[in-house]
Design a protein around this ligand. Structure first.
Ligand SMILES: NC(=O)c1ccc[n+]([C@@H]2O[C@H](COP(=O)([O-])OP(=O)(O)OC[C@H]3O[C@@H](n4cnc5c(N)ncnc54)[C@H](OP(=O)(O)O)[C@@H]3O)[C@@H](O)[C@H]2O)c1
Length: 287
């Protein structure tokens, strides 16, 4: 039975991946930073007739990482796979985001992922086998207004993962990037975060941010995908004999990447139209 450690399993992709992988015969170590939130995963596992071992792990806390990884090693003997899934997103225009917002964003999405990778890599190197699946985003390849902190953190994840792939291949460890489009998870609901500056009516971006949020909410309501699709992509990345470095997941992600590949000019024209950005520019200059 292959052991897999997943971060951020209290909701969303992490929860769905924990259930699917447990059902598929993996020995799942589903971790979350707050065990007080485990009921949802417990219920999903019970409904699926599957079991997983649930452990506390906060990716921004080195002591917590060490004890989580040690616990998995003590119980399973090895960590065959790591799914770096934990993440969050802070919205806001660049002027409304503080440096502290950027640092907080990177602390979870980038440094947390690096710290987890560094914690498992020595064991995988000595075992001469392993797989690391990093949950990036279409935002790791392309960009949007109002999400610069999140997008920068995911671009960092992409660069780190590609460099790591060369190093890890030397000891038979494969690195995979999952790049989802927009899926229905808590990141856009109870975990949604907007910079304090963006919520301040005195901000020159206040109205524009509201308008963009409304536009996003409409599209999210209509088009956001089922997170189980991402869980399936994670499983594929773990079981396929020769995984690719990158997997785009979702029609929107595939379309966005294809348009972006045609050149930034066409991508930005379509993106600006989609979010009605030119109409907002006038309001902004008058503020
Ligand atoms: N949903 C999408 O459309 C989408 C698209 C592209 C990429 N992604 C990426 O997918 C990953 C999973 O997000 P999701 O969409 O499933 O959102 P989600 O439902 O909000 O799940 C995020 C998970 O990360 C956990 N987390 C946050 N900070 C953590 C920390 N310091 N240590 C450990 N766990 C932490 C959260 O725990 P708490 O419950 O304690 O906050 C939660 O379990 C993220 O990396 C996200 O950037 C999502």
């Amino acid at each position: 039975m292959k052991s897999v450690l997943i971060t951020g399993c209290s909701s969303g992709f992490g929860l769905e991946a924990a259930v699917l992988l447990a059902k598929s015969g993996f020995r799942v170590f589903a971790t979350m930073r707050d065990l007080g939130k485990r009921a949802r995963l417990d219920q999903a596992l019970a409904a699926a007739g599957a079991t997983a071992e649930i452990l506390q792990l906060d990716v921004t806390d080195e002591t917590s990482i060490r004890s989580g990884v040690d616990a998995v090693l003590a119980r399973a003997g090895t960590i065959d796979a790591l799914v770096n899934n934990a993440g969050m997103g802070i919205g806001g225009f660049v002027e409304d985001l503080t440096l502290e917002d950027y640092r907080r964003q990177f602390e979870t999405n980038f440094f947390g992922l690096v710290a987890m990778t560094k914690a498992v890599l020595p064991h995988m190197r000595r075992a001469g086998a392993g797989r690391i699946v990093n949950i990036s985003s279409i935002g790791g390849r392309t960009a949007n207004a109002v999400l610069s902190a999140y997008i920068a953190s995911k671009h960092a994840v992409e660069g780190f993962s590609e460099a790591l792939a060369f190093e890890a291949a030397l000891f038979n460890v494969q690195v995979v990037l999952i790049e989802p489009g927009t899926f229905r998870t808590e990141i856009f609901e109870s975990n949604r975060q907007l910079a304090a500056g963006a919520r301040d009516p005195a901000s020159p971006y206040f109205e524009v941010t509201r308008a963009l949020e409304t536009r996003f909410n409409q599209m999210y309501g209509r088009f956001a995908g089922d997170p189980r699709q991402v869980a399936k992509a994670i499983r594929h990345a773990l079981v396929t004999p020769r995984p690719r470095l990158r997997y785009l997941v979702g029609r929107d992600a595939k379309m966005s990447a294809a348009i972006h590949a045609l050149g930034f000019g066409i991508y930005s024209r379509l993106n600006q139209r989609l979010f009605a950005l030119p109409a907002m520019a006038k309001k902004l200059r008058n503020n």
